[in-house]
Design a protein around this ligand. Structure first.
Ligand code: DI6
Ligand code: FE
Length: 382
């Protein structure tokens, strides 16, 4: 077999659903050709290989490249002032109702050029990439008018050209969907912030009908600060994911289970807002709803540029297991983006996106804080 690259002697966490748990292969080999996984398995089963480049992993752990499936990476300004106000006792919703919060970021984003938006997002993207992220979702939603939403989406697409990373864009803009943005190929999905301080169920349903008419999949910020029936509404539209879910009830979770909607948990927002009520993890598990974990990187509720820290918080704050946190930023995050056929697990035929770690035990990935154990990141075989 002739391949471009061959890695041998690794502990491979394949996340392949056909294997139990993390799908571990001890003393495994992976071969890449044309950016995709050409062969993967235990070394003893490997066919004769002729590789342009070969590397010994010396027992390092290999996971699929990490997928951050929920971010608002492209925005103008900062909300550090609001952080100070909240430390002094003001509430997140209180600040929003007084015209600050998201609207402050909207003003800063509207007054930023596309170049400025890209330049300010790059360090955040680089921080995520440095910890093994190979695919990132980026939402618009700080324009709330066409030109700025388009600028955010074009900026997000440009980031994918500036770094070796896959970018999925999601439109999080308004009551109605601008056909201009869909027509320009700038969106992969549509999202809404359904909440007392944002959009109502009726408005969200209208937006989702427009998305359906354009053939775009939907996602939803659901039940973060109150139970607005977001989980059930997302499920009704066959959403790829419903995100946050702190206040979701059993009927909502059951609807998600039936629809195959992924639960994207965002412990960074829970932590940063000092929230008290964790999402119903036991119920999600019992009803077999797939669980993903993401940073929700945004200036207001989760200024977090570390997906590993999100994993750690998922474990410490939401009591996710180690296997759940790792599956949550690989296989299930890919599922939440509708990309599981291409990424998210180590299987023949998928993109060869790898994170190679200087660790022995999988638990070390979410365990260590402030020290980056990534040895190497591979995107599309290189
Ligand atoms: N995503 C959002 O869009 C809101 N919360 C969340 O998790 C608001 C983000 C912000 O305050 O800017
Ligand atoms: Fe969000």
């Amino acid at each position: 077999m002739h391949v471009d690259r061959l890695w041998t002697g690794g502990r491979l966490a394949t996340l392949d659903a056909a294997r139990p748990g993390l799908g571990l292969i001890e003393d495994g080999a992976i071969a890449a050709r044309d950016g995709r996984i050409a062969w993967i398995g235990p070394a003893r089963d490997m066919p004769a290989m002729e590789a342009e480049q070969q590397e010994a992993l010396e027992g390092r752990l290999v996971t699929p490249g990490l997928v951050d499936c929920h971010t608002h990476l492209v925005f103008g300004g900062s909300r550090a002032r609001e952080f100070e106000q909240r430390l002094a006792g003001l509430g997140y919703e209180e600040i929003a109702r007084a015209g600050g919060g998201i609207l402050a970021t909207v003003a800063a984003t509207r007054s930023a050029t596309e170049d400025e938006l890209v330049a300010s997002a790059l360090p955040r993207l680089d921080a995520l990439i440095a910890e093994g992220v190979t695919t990132i979702e980026i939402k618009s939603g700080y324009g709330l008018e066409l030109a700025t939403e388009m600028r955010q989406l074009r900026g997000a697409r440009r980031l994918g050209g500036l770094r070796r990373v896959g970018v999925c864009t999601t439109f999080l803009g308004a009551h109605a969907l601008p056909p201009e943005a869909a027509g320009a190929g700038l969106l992969d999905a549509v999202d809404a912030f359904m909440e007392g301080i944002a959009f109502s169920a009726a408005q969200t349903a209208r937006l989702f009908q427009a998305a359906r008419a354009l053939g775009l999949p939907v996602k939803l910020h659901a039940d973060q600060l109150s139970n607005g029936g977001g989980a059930a509404l997302a499920a009704r539209f066959g959403a790829l994911s419903a995100d946050h879910l702190e206040y979701s009830d059993e009927a909502g979770v059951a609807a998600m289970a039936r629809a195959g909607t992924v639960a994207v948990l965002l412990p960074g927002a829970f932590y940063f807002l000092g929230a008290q009520r964790p999402p119903p993890v036991a119920l999600l598990r019992a009803l077999r709803v797939p669980i993903a974990v993401a940073t929700d990187c945004n200036p207001g509720s989760s200024p977090l540029c570390s997906l590993r820290l999100a994993m750690n918080m998922g474990a410490t704050l939401f009591r996710l297991t180690i296997a759940e946190t790792i599956a949550g930023v690989t296989r299930e995050a890919a599922r939440a983006l509708g990309r599981l056929a291409e990424i998210g697990t180590l299987e023949r035929g998928k993109w060869c996106d790898l994170a190679i770690w200087n660790v022995e035990r999988p638990a070390e990935l979410p365990y260590v804080l402030g020290l980056n154990p990534l040895a190497q990141r591979i995107w599309r075989g290189a």
